[in-house]
Design a protein. Structure first.
Lengths: 266, 266, 266
């Protein structure tokens, strides 16, 4: 179970240390992602030129790889950045956006997982299942896409890959293969604007930058997202205003760990 | 004339079916476009890698091509995606952003129109006139840029290309070469933020995805944009807030077909 | 010292003439930059294809080069656009985003400064110092990053490059090597959202487009940014809402040149 005091401490640490989070992410969400990282207290940088990957990773505290608007050139940059981060012992978080939608995305995700060995993989249930189906997980895979059905697959995937798996949905499940954390915070409007999943991944990077217990870091990130979402959702019923209020609430985040409970099923 | 009931039905259908709209669009508007599509009930995907164009089109219900921040690589992707969509009988909507500004843009628009034969072309008066001037329309072209003066040119262009032509301005005109629909809804603040034209094109894709009468679909999209703009404009007089409220109003869209009338001039 | 009447006149001129500002800028800020330019009354265009650089510059009134999400292809476009603008006597503004962070960025900034000779260089203190350190300024460089300590370096850099140097920080300093203008307007929330520095650069381009006294133009741009920031900061204490209100206040900008004073140290 996540300690409330630890969560508060980690939030304070992000603000105090303002870790630089290097994002190789998609065009759609770059502005929103940068603003969510700033709101929570971290420093964002977006950069993708192969020529500067090593230096940029070297001054950063975490690396976030997001497959949202993929192209060959960017995959090349992701591999250079990923290898550099791993060599330097810096956390790498992968968001396999659209895995399962095209073989290009599924294959790229699989390749990054095998070669880079990201510390945390954060996706929705269908993306996590797609990765497992791609042969990374060898056991049979449920075809259903509900997050709770993805838990067993996520646990297997965590064991095989050595990555913490963070599956987002109405309830989020985060597992290292043994322990399963469950986060019930959230709001349906988080699904009505673009980029909240990607923001969750970037914020996972921010927590991982200051807490090397990645299971805890990944869980705390989903708590921060969910709590800010709940608070924003209490102020509006429409997505345009929600997007704005969500940034406000991340910035103002007061600790209110409602709805959190440990389900530790292992 | 657009049937009010049909407009309401089509709005409901977008929400019920949540069609996946594949956008190859410009960097400036991607976030806003994705959020407008989500607000109206559709599902956006932005993807441009040639490697995944066929698969992405295959799982989508409409394709939107937008020339806003053009480059050679993306044009290649547009052609693959466009040809795939046409083969599969899926609607293709073209937004010739900046046609007339540079020969690269005018030429790319012309080429896509000739090779892909988009079902709907949506642009402002100067873009539509630039396309006609580029030799796609063979008759003389008015040099004036007002939308109402572009109507005759749009009708000719529709006949020659076989595309529905949607010309946006203070009043929007939509024509298949025979019938001309006119939409008077709108608000001047729609022109004070970036990306509303591009959003109109994406929403045209959403209506075309659930209504294969493309003249009607293109008209309904402009109605939805205009009505949401009017409602947002009733809540603020400044563009920052307007952008937020516009998304809210698209989401809350209640049917209020004010200002709409058929001018059926043919 | 900046004349209040001149500032008001220049603001009116931007709105009346609506100069087209050609931006080759980074993905993160494109939407926000376009909306800030529209809010102040200018017309934004974002374009980067080498094929259309000459034509696009030819119809524009100023060129803004921003190194935020750099890649080889875009650098190529920047050089073509920059050379075209200089040949045509149009102002070129450079924002060396991240200079000092990687040698790729520092080197690219240095190269553009030497080859294109931008009329104005606008960056934060650490970026300006990094450029000076890169050997463009030959004298010793202070290692501290506060804007006020960067003033002397900025003055030297201005003399050597022939560019107006605009250093942003809590207080902004703008110098042509002889005169130093100082702008105290601003609000701390400007630093809590992404893209305000990039917006300042784009707005510098808008003022330079209608005022060829670039020292004055660059100063007025920082005043406009700072005043709009102060007004937005008076309406909210959170960054999401601040971003929205900032656009509103740029749009509504009433002249209120508080906090401005000439420090003319030379």
């Amino acid at each position: 179970m996540i300690d409330r005091k630890k969560f508060i401490d980690d939030l304070h640490n992000i603000r105090d240390k303002s870790p630089l989070i290097h994002n190789i992410t998609n065009y759609v969400v770059m502005n929103f992602t940068a603003n969510t990282l700033l709101a929570i207290g971290a420093s964002p940088v977006m950069a993708h030129a192969p020529e500067e990957m090593e230096e940029m990773v070297s001054i950063s505290s975490a690396l976030v790889l997001n497959l949202g608007t993929l192209s060959r050139k960017w995959i090349e940059a992701m591999h250079i950045a990923g290898e550099t981060a791993k060599k330097q012992g810096k956390p790498v978080v992968l968001d396999p956006v659209g895995a399962g939608a095209t073989s290009f995305r599924t294959g790229t995700a699989k390749n990054i997982i095998e070669k880079i060995k990201p510390d945390i993989i954060r996706g929705n249930a269908s993306e996590i299942l797609a990765i497992a189906r791609a042969g990374i997980s060898t056991k049979g895979v449920e075809s259903t896409l509900a997050a709770d059905k993805a838990v067993e697959v996520a646990k297997e995937l965590a064991v095989e890959t050595g990555s913490v798996i963070s599956v987002s949905g109405k309830t989020d499940y985060i597992t290292d293969g043994k322990t399963v954390h469950r986060v019930d915070n959230g709001h349906f409007l988080l699904g009505k604007i673009t980029g909240t999943g990607c923001a969750a991944t970037a914020i996972t990077g921010a927590f991982a930058a200051i807490n090397n217990d990645y299971l805890t870091a990944a869980t705390e990130a989903m708590m921060a997202m969910g709590i800010a979402g709940e608070k924003a959702g209490g102020e509006t019923d429409s997505p345009g205003t929600f997007q704005v209020k969500f940034i406000d609430e991340l910035y103002k985040l007061q600790i209110l760990i409602s709805g959190y409970q440990d389900t530790n099923k292992s």
